[in-house]
Write a protein that binds this ligand. Structure first.
Ligand SMILES: C[S@@+](CC[C@H](N)C(=O)[O-])C[C@H]1O[C@@H](n2cnc3c(N)ncnc32)[C@H](O)[C@@H]1O
Length: 264
């Protein structure tokens, strides 16, 4: 008989666990590089935190959560800034890399948790700061994980997350043919669930995105104020194609967005 206390995963959570457990070996090298960095950098183009200030310099005394921590480098950056860190990820294989890198860097006080960022086993109002870089930010249903992040934060706490800009999503062919182009390949309205399990290139995983107005409405209805919204442009020095986005494209259009929210 099934354990009635066992967590019930949404189908995208189960598929994304399968996808990320299989994909984890591809992310070890980039995780190692990011753990070794002293200055945080963000997103596809590695924009420095001083230009894109997503992490405060001082998190001393704050309790922070990373939602979909992957190889754990953002958690390491927060720990070095003084935070007590709780890092949750859906993939045991990604967490194995995170744990190994923590040991290699002499870090023994990050709490690594295997679980679903849509349902975090922590009490209400237990964190001052929450962050996701391409974790829950794109792999979780925003109508579930954003309310969950709101529940977890104390009043005045911040949620920061970075992921694909909806413009890049609609310029990606629905059959997954890459790279991102300059044709509108799908409608903007009703983006929602993006199933890449049958994609022509790099198949696997189910992502989510929304129209900017829907993100805004969700934040307002929950009780988040938007402190900042970044549409990230590739720097003039960027070259080639990274994560399916040509640098030439990302100098003209925003491939990524980052939200900085404060719980009212
Ligand atoms: C691209 S990584 C981002 C994390 C980190 N910035 C990195 O690059 O290592 C995406 C991560 O999101 C995690 N993820 C996907 N769905 C999740 C969920 N429902 N709950 C927690 N983590 C999830 C995956 O397991 C994966 O490790």
């Amino acid at each position: 008989m099934a354990d009635p206390a066992a967590p019930v995963f949404a189908d995208h959570v189960a598929e994304n666990r399968r996808h990320w457990d299989a994909d984890a070996p591809k992310w070890v090298a980039s995780g190692e590089r990011a753990w070794a960095q002293t200055e945080p950098t963000w997103g596809i183009w590695g924009v420095a935190n001083r230009e894109l200030p997503l992490l405060p310099d001082d998190l001393d005394g704050q309790r922070a959560i990373e939602l979909g921590c992957g190889t754990g480098y953002v958690s390491a950056w927060m720990q070095r800034r003084g935070a007590t860190v709780y890092a949750i990820d859906n993939s045991a294989e990604q967490l194995a890399t995170a744990r190994r890198l923590a040991v290699a860097h002499g870090v023994d006080d990050i709490e690594w948790v295997h679980g679903d960022a849509e349902h975090v086993p922590q009490p209400d109002a237990s964190f001052d700061f929450a962050i996701s870089e391409y974790g829950a930010a794109i792999w979780c249903n925003p109508r579930v994980w954003i309310p969950e992040a709101h529940r977890l934060l104390r009043r005045g706490g911040s949620l920061v997350f970075l992921g694909n800009h909806p413009l890049a999503t609609i310029c990606t062919h629905p059959d997954g043919a890459l790279p991102v182009g300059t044709t509108l390949e799908r409608g903007y309205f009703g983006l929602g669930r993006l199933d890449w399990t049958a994609a022509a290139e790099d198949p696997g995983g189910i992502e989510f995105n929304m129209e900017i107005s829907s993100w805004m409405r969700l934040f307002r209805d929950l009780g988040f104020d938007v402190a900042d919204y970044h549409e990230i442009q590739a720097p003039s020095s960027a070259e080639g194609v990274k994560f399916s986005v040509p640098a030439t494209w990302a100098k003209r259009f925003p491939a990524e967005q980052a939200w900085v929210l404060v719980k009212r």
